[in-house]
Design a protein around this ligand. Structure first.
Ligand code: KG4
Ligand code: ZN
Length: 331
C-alpha cells in the first residue's frame, strides 16, 4: 500500500510517501522558521500564506523523489488538527483536491498520533507502551495497549515543555525557536542556578509555568541588580529541571502500567539531555526516540500514523472533512 501524507499544522509544509507504513520513499519538508524568526514566533497569517506558496511544489517533489505518479497512491493521509486553523486548511484542501482528482480514499490524522508514530519508522512498537509526548503545544503521557489506541494518562496543567523552552530563550533574547538554542548552550554549562522541584497534584500530570516563571523572575532580578547572567549555566540548570520532571513522570507511568516500551514523541524529543536521560533511566525497558529529522513536524510521521489508522479502523473520511485547531487524540 502506498500512502501519501500531508502535514501543514504549523510552520512546516511537508508531503511524504511511504510504502506499507514502513518504508519512507520521500519526505519533503519546507520549513518557514527563517520567515518567522524575526517575529520571535510563528505568525499564523504569514504561515498560511507560506503554505499556499509551497504546497504544490512540495507535492511534486515528494512524488518525483519517490519515483511514483498519482496513480500509484492508494491512500491520502492529512493532518486534521490540532494546529493553526489557516495552516491546517491549506494542507487539507490540497490533500482533498489530490484525492478527489485521482479518486483515492482520504483519512484525517491527529497531529500527535503522527509524532507518536515517528517511533514506528525505525523501531517497532511493543505494547503496552508509554508515550511521552513533548512538543511546543503538548506535554502528555499516553498509554497504548495496541496500534492506534491512545489513553491519555496525564498532561500539562499549564505550559507545554517546548513552550517553556521558547519563553525562557525569548527572555534571554536568544531567538526562535528557543528549544534547540537552549539545548546547545546547556551542553556547555553547569547546573549552578537553583531550580524548584516541580510537583503536581495528579500523578501523571505536568506543570511548567512555575519553572518558567522562576527562571524569568531570576533573569529580571539579576538584570535589575546589574549582575552578570551566565547563560550557559542558566540553560543547563533550567534544562536539568525541565527534563527531570519528564523523566520522573514517565518512570512512574512505565512502572505502574508495566510497559514494555517507552517512546518519546514531539519536537522536544530532539533534546540531547532528554535523549541521554531516557537511556540512563529506562535500561529495563525498550526505549525509542525518533531520529532527529522525524522529531519536529514532518509528513512522514503523519503517513505512518495514517497507515496504522487505516489498518485498524478501515475507515475513510468524506470530502467535507474539516480541520480543527483543537482536537482530542481519540477523535
Ligand atoms: O513538535 P513540534 O515541531 O511542533 C509542535 O507540534 O509544537 O515542536 C516544536 C517545539 C518548540 O517548542 C521547540 O523549541 C522544541 O520543540 N524543540 C526543542 C528542541 N528542538 C525543538 N526543545 C528542546 N530541545 C531541543 N533540542
Ligand atoms: Zn508537532
Amino acid at each position: 500500500m502506498i500512502v501519501l501524507a500531508v502535514e501543514s499544522s504549523c510552520d512546516e509544509t511537508s508531503v511524504s510517501i511511504n510504502k506499507d507504513g514502513k518504508v519512507i520513499l520521500s519526505n519533503i519538508v519546507l520549513s518557514q522558521i527563517d520567515t518567522h524568526a524575526s517575529f520571535g514566533g510563528v505568525v499564523p497569517e504569514i504561515a498560511s500564506r507560506e503554505h499556499v506558496k509551497g504546497i504544490s511544489v512540495v507535492f511534486e517533489q515528494a512524488l518525483n523523489q519517490a519515483g511514483i505518479t498519482a496513480q500509484d497512491v492508494d491512500l491520502v493521509a492529512v493532518t486534521k488538527g490540532p494546529g493553526l486553523i489557516g495552516s491546517l486548511l491549506v494542507g487539507i484542501n490540497a490533500a482533498k483536491a489530490f484525492a478527489f482528482a485521482h479518486n483515492i480514499p482520504i483519512v484525517g490524522v491527529h497531529h500527535i498520533a503522527g509524532h507518536i508514530y515517528a517511533n514506528q519508522i525505525e523501531s517497532e512498537m511493543k505494547f503496552p507502551l508509554i508515550a511521552l509526548v513533548v512538543s511546543g503545544g503538548h506535554t502528555e503521557l499516553i498509554l497504548m495497549k495496541e496500534h492506534y489506541d491512545f489513553e491519555k494518562l496525564g498532561e500539562t496543567q499549564d505550559d507545554a515543555v517546548g513552550e517553556a523552552y521558547d519563553k525562557v530563550a525569548r527572555v534571554l533574547g536568544l531567538g526562535y525557536p528557543g528549544g534547540p538554542i537552549i539545548d546547545k548552550l546547556a551542553a556547555e554549562g553547569e547546573a549552578t542556578y537553583p531550580m524548584p522541584h516541580i510537583k503536581t497534584e495528579q500523578l501523571y500530570d505536568f506543570s511548567y509555568s512555575g519553572l518558567k516563571s522562576h527562571v524569568i523572575n531570576m533573569i529580571n532580578r539579576l538584570r535589575m541588580k546589574k549582575e552578570p547572567i551566565n547563560e550557559k549555566n542558566l540553560a543547563t540548570s533550567f534544562q536539568h529541571a525541565a527534563v527531570r520532571h519528564l523523566i520522573e513522570k514517565s518512570r512512574q507511568a512505565v512502572d505502574d502500567y508495566q510497559a514494555k516500551m517507552l517512546i518519546v514523541a514531539g519536537g522536544v524529543a530532539a533534546n540531547k539531555h532528554l535523549r541521554s536521560e531516557v537511556e540512563t533511566h529506562f535500561k529495563d525497558v525498550e526505549v525509542s526516540v525518533p531520529p532527529f529529522k522525524y522529531c519536529t513536524d514532518n509528513a512522514a510521521m503523519m503517513g505512518i500514523a495514517g497507515y496504522y489508522y487505516y489498518q485498524r479502523f478501515k475507515k475513510i473520511d468524506a470530502m467535507d472533512m474539516n480541520g480543527y485547531s483543537r482536537l482530542n487524540l481519540s477523535e
